[in-house]
Design a protein around this ligand. Structure first.
Ligand code: ZN
Length: 166
Protein backbone atom coordinates (compact mmCIF):
# COMPACT_ATOMS: atom_id res chain seq x y z
CA UNK A 1 0.00 0.00 0.00
CA UNK A 2 1.03 3.61 -0.50
CA UNK A 3 2.43 5.40 2.52
CA UNK A 4 -0.02 7.89 4.07
CA UNK A 5 0.34 11.46 2.89
CA UNK A 6 1.44 12.75 6.31
CA UNK A 7 4.29 10.20 6.34
CA UNK A 8 5.46 11.12 2.84
CA UNK A 9 5.29 14.81 3.76
CA UNK A 10 7.25 14.24 6.97
CA UNK A 11 10.06 12.36 5.22
CA UNK A 12 10.33 15.15 2.64
CA UNK A 13 10.31 17.79 5.39
CA UNK A 14 13.10 16.06 7.33
CA UNK A 15 15.20 15.72 4.18
CA UNK A 16 14.75 19.45 3.48
CA UNK A 17 15.41 20.48 7.10
CA UNK A 18 18.55 18.33 7.15
CA UNK A 19 19.81 19.94 3.96
CA UNK A 20 19.62 16.77 1.90
CA UNK A 21 18.99 16.89 -1.81
CA UNK A 22 17.63 13.37 -1.93
CA UNK A 23 14.65 11.67 -0.32
CA UNK A 24 14.45 8.00 0.59
CA UNK A 25 11.82 5.81 -1.02
CA UNK A 26 9.08 5.10 1.52
CA UNK A 27 7.07 1.88 1.41
CA UNK A 28 4.27 1.06 3.81
CA UNK A 29 2.54 -2.07 4.90
CA UNK A 30 -0.03 -2.86 7.58
CA UNK A 31 0.71 -5.56 10.12
CA UNK A 32 -1.85 -8.32 10.54
CA UNK A 33 -0.78 -9.13 14.08
CA UNK A 34 1.09 -6.43 15.95
CA UNK A 35 -0.61 -3.42 17.52
CA UNK A 36 2.71 -1.59 17.29
CA UNK A 37 4.57 -0.49 14.19
CA UNK A 38 8.06 -1.47 13.12
CA UNK A 39 10.44 -0.31 10.44
CA UNK A 40 13.54 -1.01 8.47
CA UNK A 41 16.00 1.00 6.41
CA UNK A 42 18.15 -0.07 3.50
CA UNK A 43 21.09 2.23 2.98
CA UNK A 44 22.30 0.91 -0.34
CA UNK A 45 18.92 1.37 -2.02
CA UNK A 46 17.90 4.42 0.10
CA UNK A 47 14.61 2.87 1.12
CA UNK A 48 12.57 2.98 4.30
CA UNK A 49 9.87 0.44 5.01
CA UNK A 50 7.29 0.82 7.76
CA UNK A 51 5.00 -1.95 8.91
CA UNK A 52 2.22 -0.01 10.60
CA UNK A 53 0.43 -1.48 13.60
CA UNK A 54 -2.99 -3.07 13.28
CA UNK A 55 -4.90 -0.12 14.78
CA UNK A 56 -6.94 1.82 12.25
CA UNK A 57 -9.74 3.81 13.80
CA UNK A 58 -8.77 3.52 17.43
CA UNK A 59 -7.09 6.79 18.24
CA UNK A 60 -5.12 5.65 21.29
CA UNK A 61 -2.97 2.56 21.81
CA UNK A 62 -2.53 1.51 25.42
CA UNK A 63 1.01 0.51 26.30
CA UNK A 64 2.77 -0.87 29.30
CA UNK A 65 6.40 -0.83 30.35
CA UNK A 66 7.21 -2.37 33.69
CA UNK A 67 4.95 -0.58 36.13
CA UNK A 68 4.32 2.32 33.80
CA UNK A 69 1.22 2.36 31.65
CA UNK A 70 0.07 4.99 29.23
CA UNK A 71 -1.60 5.68 25.92
CA UNK A 72 -0.19 6.91 22.66
CA UNK A 73 -2.08 7.97 19.57
CA UNK A 74 -1.88 5.76 16.49
CA UNK A 75 -0.35 8.65 14.57
CA UNK A 76 2.31 9.42 17.19
CA UNK A 77 3.31 5.76 17.44
CA UNK A 78 3.75 5.51 13.67
CA UNK A 79 5.56 8.84 13.57
CA UNK A 80 8.07 7.63 16.17
CA UNK A 81 8.85 4.51 14.15
CA UNK A 82 9.11 6.47 10.91
CA UNK A 83 11.48 9.05 12.44
CA UNK A 84 13.60 6.26 13.97
CA UNK A 85 14.06 4.91 10.44
CA UNK A 86 14.68 8.36 8.97
CA UNK A 87 17.40 8.79 11.62
CA UNK A 88 18.97 5.57 10.28
CA UNK A 89 18.75 6.95 6.76
CA UNK A 90 20.56 10.11 7.92
CA UNK A 91 23.21 8.22 9.89
CA UNK A 92 25.50 5.93 7.94
CA UNK A 93 26.21 2.68 9.69
CA UNK A 94 29.58 2.84 11.38
CA UNK A 95 32.30 0.27 11.19
CA UNK A 96 33.27 -0.24 14.79
CA UNK A 97 35.53 -2.54 16.67
CA UNK A 98 33.27 -3.33 19.61
CA UNK A 99 32.46 -6.58 21.27
CA UNK A 100 29.26 -8.13 20.04
CA UNK A 101 26.39 -7.40 22.38
CA UNK A 102 27.89 -4.36 24.03
CA UNK A 103 27.44 -1.53 21.60
CA UNK A 104 24.18 -2.59 20.01
CA UNK A 105 23.02 -4.83 17.23
CA UNK A 106 25.22 -5.69 14.29
CA UNK A 107 24.03 -5.29 10.73
CA UNK A 108 25.54 -5.64 7.33
CA UNK A 109 25.33 -2.70 4.93
CA UNK A 110 21.86 -3.68 3.78
CA UNK A 111 20.45 -3.80 7.24
CA UNK A 112 20.42 -7.57 7.61
CA UNK A 113 20.95 -8.48 11.21
CA UNK A 114 24.29 -10.18 11.64
CA UNK A 115 24.88 -12.91 14.17
CA UNK A 116 28.42 -12.06 15.09
CA UNK A 117 30.98 -9.46 14.10
CA UNK A 118 32.96 -11.44 11.58
CA UNK A 119 34.42 -9.78 8.51
CA UNK A 120 33.15 -6.27 7.85
CA UNK A 121 30.19 -5.40 10.00
CA UNK A 122 28.36 -2.19 10.60
CA UNK A 123 26.90 -0.91 13.80
CA UNK A 124 23.61 0.92 13.40
CA UNK A 125 22.46 2.12 16.84
CA UNK A 126 25.45 4.29 17.57
CA UNK A 127 25.62 7.38 19.78
CA UNK A 128 25.49 9.47 16.61
CA UNK A 129 22.36 7.65 15.54
CA UNK A 130 20.60 8.28 18.87
CA UNK A 131 21.57 11.96 18.89
CA UNK A 132 20.00 12.25 15.46
CA UNK A 133 16.91 10.27 16.46
CA UNK A 134 16.21 12.43 19.53
CA UNK A 135 16.81 15.58 17.55
CA UNK A 136 14.08 14.43 15.14
CA UNK A 137 11.71 13.29 17.92
CA UNK A 138 11.94 16.75 19.48
CA UNK A 139 11.77 18.78 16.32
CA UNK A 140 8.78 16.91 14.86
CA UNK A 141 7.03 16.60 18.20
CA UNK A 142 6.90 12.93 19.05
CA UNK A 143 5.55 12.57 22.63
CA UNK A 144 8.84 12.20 24.49
CA UNK A 145 7.36 10.25 27.37
CA UNK A 146 6.34 7.54 24.96
CA UNK A 147 9.60 7.78 23.00
CA UNK A 148 11.59 7.16 26.18
CA UNK A 149 9.50 4.12 27.04
CA UNK A 150 9.55 2.72 23.54
CA UNK A 151 13.20 3.33 22.68
CA UNK A 152 14.49 2.81 26.20
CA UNK A 153 12.83 -0.55 26.48
CA UNK A 154 15.44 -2.34 24.53
CA UNK A 155 18.34 0.03 23.98
CA UNK A 156 20.34 1.64 26.72
CA UNK A 157 22.09 3.98 24.30
CA UNK A 158 18.73 5.53 23.49
CA UNK A 159 18.28 6.87 26.99
CA UNK A 160 21.83 8.11 27.30
CA UNK A 161 21.16 10.28 24.23
CA UNK A 162 17.74 11.32 25.51
CA UNK A 163 19.13 12.54 28.83
CA UNK A 164 21.70 14.77 27.16
CA UNK A 165 19.22 17.50 26.43
CA UNK A 166 16.21 16.80 28.59
ZN1 ZN B 1 16.95 1.06 14.55
Amino acid sequence: MTAPQWAQDLVLQVALDEGRDDVPELTWHRSKRSAFSSGRTWHTSSRIHVTAGTQRRQTQIPYRSGKRTGQVSVRAEQKLVLLHEVAHWLTPFEKQAVTYGRGGDWYDQDGNKADAPTGTRYLSHTATFWDTAWRLFRRYKVPLTYAKVREGNYRKGALIAARKRS
